[in-house]
Design a protein around this ligand. Structure first.
Ligand SMILES: *Cc1c(COP(=O)(O)O)cnc(C)c1O
Length: 411
């Protein structure tokens, strides 16, 4: 019987492989060779990181950006430039990569988690506002999985409370909020080019400086480079404050130049495929699609639906296993739990042997703090999206979600 689930011995919806492709080629090799021929791999003396940033700035329509050695570094740089320091609170999302949080804690500031909108999986502005205290210095919004946050509301809150806004765009290249590119709306936009993102330089990152002011750019730049300020061959080493070294090398810059040329195609494919999955599963009883607000563009780093367990009469895990058995690459949830349930927050052990900086305010990270976020991770099924998938791969994903849902609805 064709509609017998594969997990119970029926035929799989997808038996062959998914479309795949080669993300690096001769274009990257050529840029790398030129980088080596420069006889320096230092960003300030070579031309590759500079070219990479010029191209990136052109795509993003910004005057200034700074290269970094990782997305984690990019976010730390933005926090440092924003003046986040000891005892400040920074409001962010409980469903994110821990790279969002590292810089906050290294600045000895305290992460405060806002709850999420149940279907976009992005920060709910009302919850953000409710978490503001006299210590709040900044908001780090996370555009999760390529889907832009409600930036008008966030920017309005930030303006009223004089907070800096940092956009974590590690998963959201070329995502658009009401037509504007995510990463150009807050004070700073932070990107990652680690090997799992839309484009890769092995590791790397970028920070956009959205004020467009030269002095701001110098502050950001210095925070990425031990607070050195470089002018031609001279270096100003006056150290007033502490800053790490998150410099990008010419090798990363070289690969990045070639990768940026593919970015528009990659994001276009992902937007198309994610949107098709969304349209294809719309209206299935017991399934909540990944919501992209009308007027916005998601570039789908992944597609994440939610299972209404009561309506479907199966658990999220059963659904996810049945879907995987149909040959669809997917997984139950995203991260295992909201980040504040990690031992580092539960035991306040960021710095071993100390409760710092959590003891500054005695902040509590108890279960139930962000109920929507907790429920999202408990009921979500994440489906891989890749630019090399074919249209028939996408049709099979849709078919398999229907097949598995139909089966459980009947039981
Ligand atoms: C990948 C990622 C980061 C960290 O980037 P790295 O380059 O791995 O340091 C930060 N935030 C989010 C949301 C990410 O997905």
């Amino acid at each position: 019987m064709e509609d017998q689930l594969a997990i119970y011995g029926g035929p799989k919806v997808k038996s062959g492989p998914f479309g795949s492709g080669q993300r690096f080629g001769i274009e990257e090799a050529k840029e790398l060779m030129e980088a080596l021929q420069q006889n320096t791999l230092f960003y300030h003396f070579g031309g590759k990181v500079k070219q990479f940033l010029r191209d990136f700035n052109h795509i993003y329509g910004v005057n200034y950006s700074v290269a970094a050695s990782s997305g984690t570094g990019a976010i730390h740089i933005a926090l440092g430039a924003a003046g986040v320091t000891l005892g400040d609170e920074v409001i962010t999302s409980p469903i994110t990569d821990q790279g969002t949080l590292v810089g906050i804690l290294y600045q000895n500031a305290i992460p405060v988690f806002a709850d999420l909108e149940p279907h976009t999986y992005n920060m709910d502005p009302a919850s953000v506002e409710a978490r503001i205290t006299g210590r709040t210095k900044a908001i780090v919004v996370v555009h999760l999985a390529g889907n832009p946050c409600d930036m008008d509301a966030i920017m309005d809150i930030a303006a009223r409370h004089q907070l800096k806004v940092i956009e974590d765009c590690a998963q959201s290249y070329l995502s658009r909020y009401k037509g504007r590119l995510a990463g150009t709306i807050g004070d700073y936009g932070c990107f990652s080019t680690n090997d799992f993102k839309h484009i890769s330089t092995g590791d790397g990152g970028m920070v956009t400086v959205n004020s467009g002011e030269e002095e701001d750019y110098h502050t950001v730049h210095a925070f990425a480079d031990k607070n050195y300020r470089r002018f031609g061959s001279s270096v100003m080493r006056d150290l007033q404050t502490l800053a790490p070294n998150y410099r990008m090398t010419e090798l990363q810059g070289a690969v990045g130049i070639a990768q940026l040329k593919k970015l528009s195609w990659i994001c276009g494919q992902r937007t198309d495929y994610g949107s098709r999955i969304g349209a294809g599963i719309e209206g299935i009883r017991g399934i909540s699609p990944h919501r992209v607000v009308e007027g916005n563009t998601s570039t789908f780093w992944f597609y994440m639906l939610r299972v209404k367990e009561e309506e479907l009469g199966c658990s999220r895990n059963e659904f996810s296993e049945a879907l995987a058995a149909e040959g669809i690459p997917c997984s139950a949830g995203y991260i295992p739990d909201v980040v504040y349930m990690q031992p580092m927050f539960q035991q306040r052990s960021a710095y071993p042997g100390s409760l710092f900086p959590f003891d500054i305010t005695g902040i509590n990270y108890e279960r139930g703090l962000c109920p929507n976020a907790e429920e999202i991770l408990r009921t979500a099924v994440r489906i891989n999206v890749n630019e090399y998938y074919t249209e028939s791969d996408i049709n099979d994903i849709i078919k398999a979600v229907h097949k598995v849902s139909n089966h459980y609805q009947k039981n």
